[in-house]
Write a protein that binds this ligand. Structure first.
Ligand code: GDP
Ligand code: MG
Length: 251
């Protein structure tokens, strides 16, 4: 049976690492074999034990010192450097045995929105396996209509750049009041967001409409801390793995 890769992307602090830990628990409790990969070279403490850790291959602090780069550039450079260790990384990934591999990524979103290196690293890990990208929209950044639309635009860039099936998640919903969640949910349908934006010119209207349409479905509300909302989108993953299982030849 093939492994299924779940990439977790989103802006810095949107909850990727916390969600990775919750997903590991959630899927493990559902009886799945789950492996985890950490692609953030700068993370200091992880709330889960990674089976693959990019920090074994690159040292962001050393890159900063050696090349005189700032923290952001050194993290972008770290991904390029990890790609030069492709053979070792592949060998390590080939040893993994799991139904699901959850991949926690760094918050340098330009890696996945604009650069090819992010996509190359994800492809190096997953090779021919099926995969999905979870894009986290931080609840805190979605309270204001313009910020919400900008975040949807970013999620569209990531979807377009990675060219993978993508599920948008509204993260940390436990921080929203019921009224705020209701308002944001209504925005996801489209019309109400356009109204809330108070758009006056045609071009912005076209852009907003297209972005809402490209996102295709409203983000699924989740709380990694309260473990809420995980069942809804992980259902798809389980269906997928069942389908794989029945097509495995038995002899
Ligand atoms: P990352 O940078 O995207 O990996 O984000 P982290 O997982 O490190 O989380 C950033 C901050 O948001 C931390 O302080 C987390 O405790 C907090 N956080 C993450 N998920 C949730 C959540 O579901 N609810 C709440 N209230 N806080 C969260
Ligand atoms: Mg993180």
């Amino acid at each position: 049976m093939g492994m299924y890769f779940i990439f977790v992307t989103g802006t810095a602090g949107s909850g990727k690492t916390t969600l990775t830990a919750s997903l590991i628990d959630f899927l493990t409790q559902a009886g799945m074999d789950v492996a985890a990969a950490n692609l953030d070279p700068a993370v200091e403490r992880l709330p889960y034990v990674p089976d693959f850790d990019v920090r074994q291959y690159v040292d962001a602090g050393e890159i900063m010192r050696k090349y005189g780069l700032g923290p952001n550039s050194s993290l972008v450079a770290a991904t390029d450097m990890a790609l030069t260790k492709a053979t070792e990384i592949r060998e390590e990934m080939d040893k993994l045995r799991a139904n699901y591999v959850i991949v926690d990524t760094p918050g340098q979103i330009e890696l996945f929105a604009y650069r090819n290196s992010g996509r190359m690293l994800l492809t190096l890990l997953s090779e021919d396996s099926k995969s999905v990208n979870l894009f986290l929209l931080d609840s805190f950044l979605t309270k204001e209509p313009r910020s919400y639309l900008s975040l949807l635009l970013l999620s569209s860039s990531v979807k377009f750049r990675l060219n993978l099936p993508q599920v948008n998640l509204l993260s940390k919903v436990d921080l929203l009041t019921p009224q705020e969640l209701e308002k944001i949910t209504a925005w996801s349908e489209g019309e109400e967001l356009i109204d809330a934006l108070g758009i006056v010119d045609d071009n912005s209207y076209e852009l907003a409409s297209s972005v809402i349409q490209y996102a295709s479905s409203p983000p699924t509300p989740v709380s990694a801390i309260e473990g809420k909302g995980l069942g809804k989108f992980t259902l798809k993953f389980r269906e997928f793995s069942q389908a794989e299982r029945t097509t495995t030849p038995r002899n």
